[in-house]
Design a binder for this molecule. Structure first.
Ligand code: GLU
Length: 467
């Protein structure tokens, strides 16, 4: 049976790239009736943190990304690693390296001086029995390193990138598998865990390519069956920088999108689509729908580009499918204004009129605030209001008439059109100044409707300000 996993480290917020990796792993598992697991790689005690763990789990829950079985915590598997370390030492596939920090620094200095690539020079392989005895009696600390043997190509057929080959001489020398304090290192723990959890496929970001070469060497040394690897392109910004929290702030993490009112389905759809095109070219699909035809060979190996406009498009597509009541239920937690001052029909018409503009739910406030608050017109727009004074004057006259019916939006619109005809104005010359004067905006719902919602007092006050 196919088994895949996501293995986040709780050393930061839930990154969009981690979600995307999870999605492709889950798609693969779902498409082949396999299992998708979750392993928390929390062995780095100094950098791991429970708040990040919570945020990662909550983020996945919000996105409806579910896993099979219980979450595995790497930190709770400590005792499982030692037997494999011991086995490698017993088979001479790993050795103790006693080099201390100063010696290693000297080694690197010499490499720099000779303009050689920096890396461990495998000196621990060649220690004589006397040297080892001496170090032991000196109680020198040691790490355990995997003996990579003679230089050779480590090769694998990558599902995304095709045939891959990395020479052992290019991976920085014999890798450490266990530190001075007995803690095993990432590459070793991952291999032991992926083996124990019977992973058949490991899809992860292409920043792990060198790690994969090291891990394959560990699989070989332990005589474990190695999984099928796939390396996903990373997400870049349009200016070709790797999307990161450090450089780009909140946009790299999931939390921002949850807070601002993106739909989890839309974010999931967007993230899948960043590096994947469905067989039938459909763009809007759920995880389950995508799984029906998912083919991992269709994952692109070119960099994925973070594109907020595209994400907004996806979100608008999902929003457009909601009924009025569904949309209202989503908007409610974000709404800072009380729409119940309007009639039910007005509320429905208002939401219908603006839903096409909503990229995300928190934009609702900006779309309705002018019905409640008086706002300033942008400096650069003021000249259009000034030029439109004759229009505003005439409209003010019409609306001030005794008994004018503010509830009839289409009647109001007709009156506006009449003013346009009288003054011989084009649509823009007619509508723009009115809209700016009344809403401080250049776009919005039908003007007759806007005026009917604003009502007599607000409409007259705002027009008067500009005549
Ligand atoms: N903990 C690693 C990371 O977050 C996992 C890499 C892997 O999938 O093996 O990058």
């Amino acid at each position: 049976m196919i088994k895949t996993r996501i293995a986040p480290s709780p050393t930061g917020n839930l990154h969009l790239g981690t979600v995307r990796t999870a999605l492709y792993n889950q798609l693969l598992a779902k498409s082949l009736a396999g299992k998708f697991c979750f392993r928390l790689e929390d062995t780095d005690r100094t950098r791991s943190n429970e708040d990040f763990t919570k945020e990662i789990i909550e983020g996945f829950k919000w996105l409806n990304i579910d896993w099979d079985g219980d979450m595995v915590r790497q930190s709770e598997r400590g005792s499982h690693y030692q037997e494999y370390v011991d086995q490698l030492i017993a088979n001479s596939k790993a050795y103790k390296c006693y080099a201390n920090a100063e010696e290693l620094e000297e080694m690197r200095k010499a490499q720099r001086a000779k303009k050689l690539p920096e890396g461990y020079d495998n000196r621990g392989r060649k220690l004589s029995t006397e040297q080892i005895k001496q170090y032991e009696s000196d109680e020198r600390k040691f790490v355990i390193r995997l003996n990579l043997g003679i230089d050779r190509n480590i090769e694998w057929n990558d599902v995304v990138r095709g045939p891959m080959s990395i020479n052992t001489k290019d991976i920085g020398g014999d890798p450490i598998i266990q530190k001075f304090d007995g803690q095993v290192l990432y590459n070793f723990a991952v291999v032991v865990d992926d083996h124990a959890m019977e992973m058949t496929h490991v899809f992860r970001g292409e920043d792990h390519l060198t790690n994969t070469a090291k891990q394959i060497a560990i699989y070989q040394a332990l005589d474990f069956q190695q999984p099928i690897f796939g390396h996903l392109p990373l997400i870049f910004t349009k200016d070709k920088q790797k999307l990161s929290k450090r450089k780009h702030g909140d946009i790299a993490g999931v939390d921002k999108y949850r807070k601002e009112g993106y739909l989890p389905e839309a974010l999931v759809n967007y993230l899948i689509a960043t590096s994947y095109s469905a067989i039938d070219d459909t763009e809007i699909y759920s995880l389950d729908e995508s799984a029906k035809t998912f083919d991992p060979h269709r994952i692109s190996k070119s960099p994925a580009i973070y594109d907020i406009a595209k994400l907004n498009w996806f979100n608008r597509e999902y929003i457009s499918k909601f009924s009025h009541d569904e949309l209202m239920a989503h908007l409610k937690p974000y709404l800072k204004y009380d729409l119940s001052v309007f009639t039910e029909t007005q509320q429905t018409d208002l939401i219908d009129a603006i839903r096409g503009n909503l990229n995300k739910f928190d934009e609702i406030n900006n779309n309705v605030s002018y019905f409640f608050d008086d706002e300033e017109i942008e400096e650069k727009q003021i000249k259009f209001v000034d030029e439109g004074k004759p229009v505003l004057n005439k409209l003010l006259d019409v609306l001030s008439a005794d008994g004018f019916d503010f509830s009839n939006a289409s009647q109001i619109k007709e009156e506006i059109n009449k003013i346009g005809e009288e003054l011989g104005l084009k649509a823009k010359q007619l509508f723009w100044p009115i809209r700016l004067a009344l809403s401080s905006r250049s776009h919005g719902p039908d003007l007759g409707f806007v005026i009917s919602l604003l009502g007599k007092d607000k409409s007259l006050a705002r027009l008067s300000k500009h005549v």
